[in-house]
Design a protein around this ligand. Sequence first.
Ligand code: NAD
Length: 452
Amino acid sequence: MRQISIVGAGYVGLVTGTCFAELGNHVVCVDIDIAKVEALRRGVVPFFEPGLEELVNRNINSGRLTFETSIHASLRDATVIFIAVGTPMGDDGHADLSYVKRAALDIAQSLVGPIVVVNKSTVPVETGDLVATIIREHKISKHDVHVVSNPEFLREGSAIVDFMKPNRIVLGVDNPDAEAVMRDLYAPLEATIIATDVRTAEMIKYAANCFLATKISFINEIAAICGDVGADIKDVVAGIGSDERIGPSFLNAGLGFGGSCFPKDVMALSKIAESRKIPARILESVLAVNRDQIANVVAKIDRLLGAVAGKRLAVLGLSFKPNTDDLRESQAMNLVRTLSSLGATIVAHDPVALEKARLELVDVDNVTLVSSAYEAVEDADGMVLATEWSEYRQVDFAVIRKLMRGDLVVDTRNIYDPVKLKDVGLRYVGIGRKEHVESLDRESAVASGSRA
Ligand code: NAD
């Protein structure tokens, strides 16, 4: 059992702290957001993560998990402190390290004993050195401080399982005592530990996220070609994904990647390369393909509807992926904003993110949020599936056909069976699907009058 302090009680910090408490440690989670800390003290988790609230409450009740608003209050008995604060994209594209620096300063000024400082936030190479320097220069006691990098790979929506059953734990450590502390902390998970130096660990996290984002942009580019040449992306993915050198994951064509990590991390690494005059053509292309993805989908909808202006569109799903209410850099939200800017009326639904979306879309014209998918499609000229929540998978398209004014269904996650939709009189458009080409061909033929 250890006394652990966690700085930042967001998606990563709260999951980390709660899971360490569940493993029998005493954990204090610290956040500068007073309202968040007050909610957490009452057992209310201010964001949606399956299973987390139950786990938080169990550990609050056992006395192993508490919450504070200052690092000072958390450090009394702690021997390990995790930094899990945000590292958002700065105005220049580099990672904004101001929260990390602030946390390092607060740790230095609250130090009451020797401690291992673990950087869990995703940070550029050399941030470990920066944190160590800040603490060394500002610490109020002579105690030893070792800075470790321990990047996090959990996925929102399955964060608890990802934490408890990681496929690897990366430790960047430059000191054997600190390494021993970290190995002991993670021993109950019986996971593969990859121990390396701090800078390499920092790089591993960026490389991992950039590779996954590359797979997404790659498959979106292949899907665009499929759509044009009359091949089907789903069969292409089945065909290449079964090759163990490639693998099927992160090869779902769609609206492109969003969320709180990939866009900023790919940008940050490309900026690091740029500042060192190292060409990062792949990373730049990954971002460029992703940037164009919404415009490409909107252009298709525009063609198929004969202009989106004045049309009523149902958008299903607003979070950046299913099983989270996180809207940060959500491509579904970008789609809503773009469609609205082109004069469409949007009626949108999301199973859990409606309240957050309401706040974010307050300045966006002609957007109504409703409480069910069926309500969203009423009188719509088209329906767009933007985020593949499970509850959208088995919607009754016969009912939807009756409720809709138009007949267009745009499946940006390729989850529907085009034949089933056609059977009830709906026009199916996927991303890089064969039926998509047929629809587009029909549309362009009608538009140009060249084919009946
Ligand atoms: P978040 O925005 O949900 O949480 C960060 C929290 O830190 C906020 O609650 C904020 O109030 C708090 N905070 C900021 N400065 C503080 C300070 N000085 N003292 C105490 N609290 C402070 O962020 P997140 O999504 O949990 O991400 C945290 C880090 O983990 C980022 O670097 C991110 O890139 C990385 N990461 C995120 C995920 C993910 O899925 N969200 C996965 C892996 C890695």
